[in-house]
Design a protein around this ligand. Structure first.
Ligand code: ADP
Length: 404
């Protein structure tokens, strides 16, 4: 089966086309600046030359049509006909408490995603646009939705509730949901497979650290705690997001600076984190370059980032009463030798010891970076959220066909 995976944002649309027979990627790409004057489509067919096209793409239906044109193009295409696409999988950020796994798209599923707009006002509406756009371009092709929150639905009430009046949970669904679930699930499974140990026996801490960053405590294969909360703002210090702070900071700053709700939201989500402290960049590469050049603000930003990350690892070792495996993944986790090194240096009380040489090796495969003496296995596992969505889509569509 050929599965098209779509990740629709408000002004962008990422795609990957899979051949599920061997799970190979036939093509992938990105449409940027949807709704703006010059939209850019970058199409990367496997084993063929990449192509970029600038045109006016006003909405997602046209974006998908252009993608399908590229996928079937004589020169840059990888399909003879659009009919070869037998299923479509979409990434959706918020599944609330309804979705504990991926689901076949139906009218009721779409209505439920709409009901959840309130909890993810920036992220869920584009997902619906993507689903409708795919439906218009490929009517009758089954679609599946995979949710960033679903993996964390196993968290217990004592973990997911905030200690605030219960009525807010009942009335407005205020609780911790987490995010990056597809990635945490994938890398924890891949880590167990790499170690050739049953995941049921393992206590794993997965560190998904990219622009957004979250940690998950995975015990026996299920998420028991995760650092993001009602929204992806809670938890670790990130590229531009603050992560944890005293909630009173919000009201205090709003009062002193006379900020509106949207201004304070923007401050905490877009103008905080590494960017705010370094004053130069939200990108860890720039921060570590600055640190190596002896730049004080970048050094401080790095130290705060590392300290907060390490505190969360300690917290999750406490949450699970131990840890067998620590996994690093996503942009920073997969690439930053120095972040992994500093974090692990300061976890010696847990028996963590990394091998500096293994830590330097680059490869696109799961690998061990801990030394033979380490009491905790430390791994780098490249994440692959699209593959999880493609697998879920394949499975759910096959099951639906068999049930007919
Ligand atoms: P997103 O959260 O947007 O999916 P990624 O997981 O792709 O992001 O992570 C992007 C981040 O990864 C960049 O902002 C950068 O900070 C970091 N990164 C990428 N490559 C490196 C590297 N070689 N060294 C350190 N950090 C890196």
């Amino acid at each position: 089966m050929k599965v098209l995976v779509i990740n629709a944002g408000s002004s962008s649309l990422k795609y990957q086309l899979y051949n599920m027979e061997d799970e190979s990627v036939l093509a992938k790409g990105l449409v940027e600046r949807i709704g703006m004057d010059s939209s850019i489509l970058t199409h990367k067919p496997t084993n063929k030359e990449e192509v970029t096209e600038v045109s006016e793409i006003l909405e997602h239906t046209t974006a998908i049509r252009k993608v399908l044109d590229k996928l079937t193009d004589k020169e840059h295409g990888v399909l003879n006909s659009v009919d070869e696409i037998q299923a479509i999988g979409h990434r959706v950020v918020h599944g609330g408490e309804t979705f504990k796994g991926s689901a076949l798209v139906t009218g009721e599923v779409k209505a439920e995603i709409r009901r959840l707009f309130d909890l993810a006002p920036l992220h869920n509406p584009p997902a619906i646009m993507g689903i409708n756009a795919a439906e218009k371009n490929m009517p009758g092709v089954p679609q599946v939705v995979a949710f960033d929150t679903a993996f964390h639905q196993t968290m217990e009430e004592k973990v997911f509730l905030y200690p605030i009046p219960r009525v807010l949970y009942k009335k407005h669904h205020v609780r911790r949901y987490g995010a990056h679930g597809t990635s945490h699930q994938y890398v924890s499974k891949a880590a167990a497979a790499y170690l050739e140990r049953p995941i049921e026996d393992l206590k794993i801490i997965t560190c998904h650290i990219g622009n957004g960053a979250s940690l998950t405590a995975v015990e026996g294969g299920v998420s028991v705690d995760t650092s993001m909360g009602l929204t992806p703002l809670e938890g670790l210090m990130m590229g531009t997001r603050s992560g944890d702070l005293d909630p009173a900071v919000v009201t205090f700053v709003m009062n002193k600076e006379e900020l509106s709700i949207s201004e304070v939201n923007s401050m905490l989500n877009k103008h905080s984190g590494l960017l705010a402290i370094s004053g130069v960049s939200s990108d860890m590469r720039d921060i570590t370059d600055g640190m190596e050049a002896g730049e004080a603000n970048s050094t401080l930003a790095f130290e705060m980032y590392e300290y907060r990350l390490r505190k969360y690892i300690g917290a999750y070792a406490a949450a699970m009463n131990g840890v067998d495996v620590i996994v690093f993944t996503a942009g920073v986790g997969e690439n930053s030798v120095v972040v992994r090194e500093k974090v692990c240096q300061n976890l010696s009380y847990l028996g963590v010891e990394i091998d500096p040489e293994l830590n330097k090796i680059r490869s696109g495969e799961p690998r061990r970076i801990s030394s033979a003496n380490s009491k905790v296995e430390v791994l780098v596992v490249p994440t692959n959220e699209e593959l999880v969505i493609a697998r879920d889509t394949n499975r759910i569509v096959q099951e639906a066909k068999q049930a007919q």
